[in-house]
Write a protein that binds this ligand. Sequence first.
Ligand code: G4P
Length: 525
Amino acid sequence: MNPLDEIRKRRTFAIISHPDAGKTTITEKLLLYGNQIQMAGTVKGKKSGRHATSDWMEMEKERGISVTTSVMQFPYREAMVNLLDTPGHADFSEDTYRTLTAVDAALMVIDAAKGVEERTIKLMEVCRLRDTPILTFINKLDRDVREPIEVLDEIEDVLKIECAPVTWPIGMGKSFKGVYNLLRDTTVLYQSGQGHAIQAVREIKGLDNPELDAAVGSYADELREMLELVRGASHEFDLERFLAGKLTPVFFGTALGNFGVDHMLDGLVEWAPPPQPRAAIERIVDASEPKFTGFVFKIQANMDPKHRDRVAFMRICSGRYEKGIKLKQCRTGKDMRIADALTFLAGERENVEEAFAGDIIGLHNHGTIQIGDTFTEGEALQFTGIPHFAPELFRRVVLRDPLKSKQLHKGLTQLAEEGATQVFFPLRNNDVILGAVGTLQFDVVAHRLKHEYGVECAYDVVNVATARWVEAANERELEAFRAKAYDNLSIDGAGHLTYLAPTRVNLSLAEERHPEIRFNETREI
Ligand code: G4P
């Protein structure tokens, strides 16, 4: 097939949700539709590892598994879908955020009983940085949940995105009857107990069809009334606004009951964009360009000491990967021949020797690749928009053997370059402070420092609530600020001046007092 046709078929997306909203269950059903598994419920033993914090065996198992589930590629209808995993439970980390910089669309999953939850708000903020188009699936309609219209209101209010219901639920809980599709004017009926397989569904055309009354009884009239209200109060689907990240098409269903997930998947392949152009410092790169370009958004270390390799995950931005391709790592100027990249078309692993713009490939790497690295067929290029995110959790490192301070610095600098953690060195003392967005990141760093750098460390609490990278229009203003805020300033692993705020209130005050200073929540790598 022509590479351009392959590229146009790609739909690369990730799921954003709060833990327990149903991401894993939906992933299982998506793979069922992609024909990758015969029976849902076989994706991963999530229970085994998901609350692990200090059980290393469990963690290694979980990490080992998650290399292969980091990306799931499957064909659906005429499209080739790439689903990128966004670690969500104990393994929530900066990787989760950065993965969202490598997709062209996102699926937001909301628990219909809980509405908009805190993690979803944060992940939406990250999607906003690139105006990523968002589809929404409102899950768990097989339970007694909140009024759907109320949930839509909450999404619009809290997340500041217009909702365009594509389907509307009929009943809920034990009385969940199915959904009405506003665009197709058909009702799709739900049958419980069919969650493990693809169901043969019954569809009724037309809202005024008497068959609808026969099938759902008095719910039919309720639905008709409700829809009048819904049509008046919500937005109509508009492709342009969706692509601009301003409006989200909304689907209702139950992932557990495997109902409605396919409606969302149909919407995804029909409306979500193919691989998008990508900004580099030098120019904009179009996905259809024949030459290969890509960037690294995540590095995953194998926790097993016997297999100390790391895998760098690269999003292909243009062109095609072919086994044996010679690529230039733009940061170092080095050429490398790539013969054993991992590709992720489940089930056909051995046949996949090529990959296209929109796809993710995994490169084996022994510490030479960093997050944010750009690879090309020779052109000097640096993709932008792969940031560090302000950490939300902080620890002070306590070194067990003070003579190992040099190794500690070396290890932490490298681990920070890989994106495993962020490191800060306060101006006023010799402390070493780590920053992360998920607690497991600290455990991973302690484990890797011990096994890869021979440094044993513990952590202490530290009075830091949040961090901001600071900038000013000129050096003089920055110097003045440096003198005034000295006690709260640090240098990060890459040499940037950072304000470590003891409280959020303190940060607001600093921002008010110093309008000449920019306090940035992200920093380009
Ligand atoms: P997550 O990856 O977003 O954290 O969520 P996950 O899919 O693991 O789902 C969290 C819990 O919600 C699971 O129950 C799952 O079975 C349940 N769930 C997901 N979708 C639906 C749905 O549509 N309806 C209902 N009623 N429940 C749903 P659990 O008891 O925590 O785990 P398990 O024992 O079922 O695996």
